[in-house]
Design a binder for this molecule. Structure first.
Ligand code: 3PG
Ligand code: MG
Length: 399
């Protein structure tokens, strides 16, 4: 896919016209209705600024959480309107409706340069079903469509695909930038290229591990999923996370790496605990000597140093997934070491996924990476080599 060829909002005549912008405002909101991480709101600003500065009538829409086609008050997008207004430096109106009369009236009465946010798209069953009648009503709110919801580009939902088929469609700057950066990892990354993967489940990451293995020079594996790798090498893993049905696929992956001359770095030492608890007893043991009754909750210090060295040796680094239970201080050191290496290396660094982004934020390093993806599932599916429905539906430049 020649992704640089996506037709962006820059090519659109937007002055005085109603523009429906699909955003990914699926942000964490606490019990007091406060947005606790506004990365996705800030990432949406370049496209929205472009539109308001050109006197478009801007209608933003997004999903939040998984309310499954019904109204669920805690998933209201209203708190996001306020945060968006602050970041944008102008009022953002909110309408507690998606495609009904209220939404239609609010959209129709916008003045040039004004911004409106609709209620959560997933309060409507037609959204996830990509129901044609729902897509028709959503499209009818506007004259043009801009997709800037990279984080939802792997969902073939009405606001992502259905509307793009019904209105002149353009990529927003966030979506176009994400696709370009992530696609480059699969095309011609500056070498050596190291990918650092963590997180709890191999089954979630096997497709991306397998596709990335064809591109990388070094694959670094930590987090809960490393224990299935250690098991595949014949080690006991005690009570650690372990996916028995993934042992054979992992063994195949290791054999393939060997054949193709790719380096796979696995933990050589592990921090183990006698319970899954922050205050559990813990000790550091060789990765080959995890005893029954003990479970690995972080990579050990030798491993952290080796992983950091691999990150510093690379010219391109992709990182997805924590190395351990970083939310608990006694098991955060491995993830912190990787985060610090990613933040300080001279390499071009790309970080994907909610957990890694949260870890960077926890360590105060979120602004120290070259590209912090707003997409979790979407970035992984792209790196698996799959075509994202929200990207393939968009016209390319010149069309
Ligand atoms: C995300 O948070 O990964 C995106 O907003 C997509 O959300 P979803 O997994 O609920 O479709
Ligand atoms: Mg750098």
């Amino acid at each position: 896919m020649a992704v640089e060829e996506l037709r962006t909002v820059e090519a659109a005549e937007v002055e005085g016209r109603r523009v429906l912008v699909r955003n990914d405002f699926n942000v964490p909101i606490d019990d007091h209705g406060q947005v606790t991480d506004d990365l996705r709101v800030r990432a949406a600003l370049p496209t929205l600024r472009h539109l308001v500065e050109r006197d478009a009538k801007v209608i933003c829409c997004s999903h939040l959480g998984r309310p499954k086609g019904k109204r669920v008050d805690k998933y209201s997008l209203e708190p996001v309107a306020e945060v968006l207004g602050q970041r944008l430096g102008r009022a953002v109106a909110f309408v507690d409706d998606v495609v009904g009369d209220e939404a239609r009236r609010a959209a129709a009465s916008l003045d040039p340069g004004q911004v409106l946010l609709l209620q959560n798209l997933r309060f409507e069953a037609g959204e996830e079903a990509n129901d044609p009648a729902f897509a028709e009503r959503l499209a009818a709110l506007a004259e043009l469509y801009v997709d800037d919801a990279f984080g939802a580009a792997h969902r073939a939902h009405a606001s992502v695909v259905g509307v793009a088929e019904r209105l002149p469609a353009y990529a927003g700057f966030l979506l176009a930038g994400e696709v370009k950066v992530l696609s480059r990892l699969l095309e011609d990354p500056p070498r050596p290229f190291a990918a650092v993967l963590g997180g709890s489940k191999v089954s979630d990451k096997l497709a991306v591990l397998s596709n990335l293995l064809g591109q990388v020079d070094t694959l670094v594996v930590g987090g809960g999923m490393c224990f299935t790798f250690l098991a595949a090498q014949g080690h006991g893993v005690g009570d650690s996370l372990f996916e028995r049905d993934q042992v054979d696929p992992v063994r195949d992956l290791l054999a393939r790496a060997e054949r193709e001359g790719k380096r796979i770095l696995l933990p050589t030492d592990v921090v183990v605990a006698d319970a899954f608890a922050e205050d559990a007893s813990r000790r550091t043991v060789p990765a080959s000597a995890i005893e029954p009754g003990w479970r690995g909750l972080d990579i050990g210090p030798d491993t952290a140093a080796a992983f950091a060295a691999a990150i510093h040796d690379a010219k391109t680094v992709f990182w997805n997934g924590p190395m351990g239970v970083f939310e608990w201080a006694p098991f955060a050191a491995g993830t912190r070491a990787v985060a610090e290496a990613v933040a300080s290396t001279g390499a071009y660094t790309v970080v994907g996924g909610g957990d890694s982004a949260a870890a960077l934020a926890q360590f105060g390093l979120a602004d120290k990476v070259d590209h912090l993806s707003t997409g979790g599932g979407a970035s992984l599916e792209l790196l698996e080599g799959r075509t994202l429905p929200g990207v393939s539906v968009l016209p390319s430049r010149g069309r």
